[in-house]
Design a protein around this ligand. Sequence first.
Ligand SMILES: Nc1ccccc1C(=O)C[C@H](N)C(=O)O
Ligand SMILES: [Zn+2]
Ligand SMILES: [Zn+2]
Length: 210
Amino acid sequence: MSRLYDISQLMRAGMPVWPGDTSFAHEPTWVLDGQCPVNVSRLTLSTHTGTHADAPSHYAVDGQAIEGVDLAPYLGPCVVLDMRHAGPVVQPDHLLPVLPARVERVLLRTWERFPQDGWRSDFTTIAPESIDLLAERGARLIGVDSPSLDPEVDSRLLAHWRVHQHGMAILEGLVLDAVPPGHYELIALPLKLAGADASPVRALLRELDG
Ligand SMILES: Nc1ccccc1C(=O)C[C@H](N)C(=O)O
Ligand SMILES: [Zn+2]
Ligand SMILES: [Zn+2]
């Protein structure tokens, strides 16, 4: 059987979230004991918790919510590229030497080590021109190991809008530390949440045969 890489964050109390956004909580509602036959619990979380897919409605007033997005981009052939040398912004010049002529899905690794223990504002972002380049090569999805394509302090969301223009999908907060650059099958479906602007995903990469 081909190897599976789990590229999802562990969802747990205290996990890093966007500054000001809802902290993750998981509390018991019923506890299995002599009186009660089951454990049941309640989740409190932001739609952008951990490894997640953005819906267009996250940033576009008339954008589609997550339950309506095409699922095809979240499943299928994918290339993982090492962008650890890119500095603050991934520019086309960083991609050109390693980007295949045709791609369907592109995941970019930027962290040396994914920051599990706390929020980092100094994450690497993606230039809108880099989104154009990926779209020209055929990409239907871009995935990053940072919490956003755009800088934390920039409200223009230029890279998000460029993705939207090209009809691409977005994954954020991937954990790519253990994944060698190369070709894989991506599996990372959003939940069917009515009206939601994003959804957590369980993101996997499957090694290709041969
Ligand atoms: N959770 C948030 C709370 C407030 C403001 C932004 C966010 C984001 O997550 C934005 C980010 N642009 C994201 O790419 O999805
Ligand atoms: Zn998001
Ligand atoms: Zn986003």
